[in-house]
Design a protein around this ligand. Sequence first.
Ligand SMILES: *Cc1c(COP(=O)(O)O)cnc(C)c1O
Length: 416
Amino acid sequence: MDAFSYRGNELYAEDVPLAEIATRFGTPCYIYSRAAIETAWRAFEHSLRSHPHLVCYAVKANSNLAILNLLARLGSGFDIVSGGELERVLCARGDPDRIVFAGVGKRADEMRRALEVGIHCFNVESVAELERLNQVAASMNRRAPIAIRVNPDITADTHPYISTGQSAHKFGVAADEAVAAYRRAAALEHLEIRGIAYHIGSQIISMEPLLQALERLLILADALASEGMALQHLDLGGGLGVRYRDESPPDPADYGRVIASRLRERKYTVIIEPGRAIAGPAGVLLTRVEYLKRVGDKHFAVVDAAMNDLIRPALYDAWQEISPVEKRARAEAIYDIVGPVCETGDFLGRDRSLEVAPGDLLAVRTAGAYGFSMSSTYNSRPRSAEILVDGAHPHLARKRESIADLMAGESIAPLS
Ligand SMILES: *Cc1c(COP(=O)(O)O)cnc(C)c1O
């Protein structure tokens, strides 16, 4: 479903005109659709219904409390990568017993807190981490539930910065060292082996690499079972891509069906960790055109959002559709849409054919994932507001940061 569509010449989020949101809350701002988020989550959930499963939304894609709470109400699990994300999930009333904790650099205090609240599983990424987790659990007289994240050495055909499952990457334990790592885990008294995990990358647009990784995981799971280390679950990570331009990623419904049918004869609970595929299409970044300018032959539309608000174009050379909020007849030209930040890489789109005038609103589409959550205050730009639309009701899910917020916590040194 696309919750963002035109009625006449006006772009809406569900039943709210984006122009109305701009008037009420200002720009730039992120706008999310409750219906789009819930529909996407339910598609994953429904697709796996024939098999024991847990859908753990990847919090880093979009960690706004209002969104986490929508998902918690549906009964979602959560994939977290830090103590900060853990507190967000708890604050949004997520169930700790449905949390999996990934990440290559977990600190002892983060482990302690996760054990205290009783998370579902630690996805451990090295033998050194096994040892540390065992110590922390011992100090609390607890046993920590673990899966080991294995690096299946699969090439996900995606941007190199978001590919994570090849042998040269920092993530997980190499496949040929996995059995030894599990033997070590089995010998540590305060660990309890629950499962095995992988996550091969993000914005993956074909089932192939995901299924190849699953096959490698099953071989490992069998090898472990033959040594008496029976697993309860397989965690297949996230990574399912979305359509930004002309990609045709597998539909969540098909993805789950294929996985469930491959695992039909197996008793493992399957865990999946979709982030982008749930939040991405459910959001837009709303921005206003400040100036049009021409430099030589080149036309620029200077807008009030910048790379600090949405870094994907600058960081990954990502393409996201940019649409007028009100279609009006104006002079058409080919524009680079750029922000006010002092970097040449500060663009939201290049070579776009647009009919715009100063003051017009533009919507950067498919911006719900890795948008706000990757934003910064570079150039001392306060971070934007976030609005969650539910039918005809826009809810301010995060108010715009103030300049005072930016400086909070800083102080001038008392120099003599
Ligand atoms: C980032 C991440 C995800 C989510 O990836 P998407 O591409 O957003 O689905 C899931 N699991 C782990 C371990 C991750 O690091």
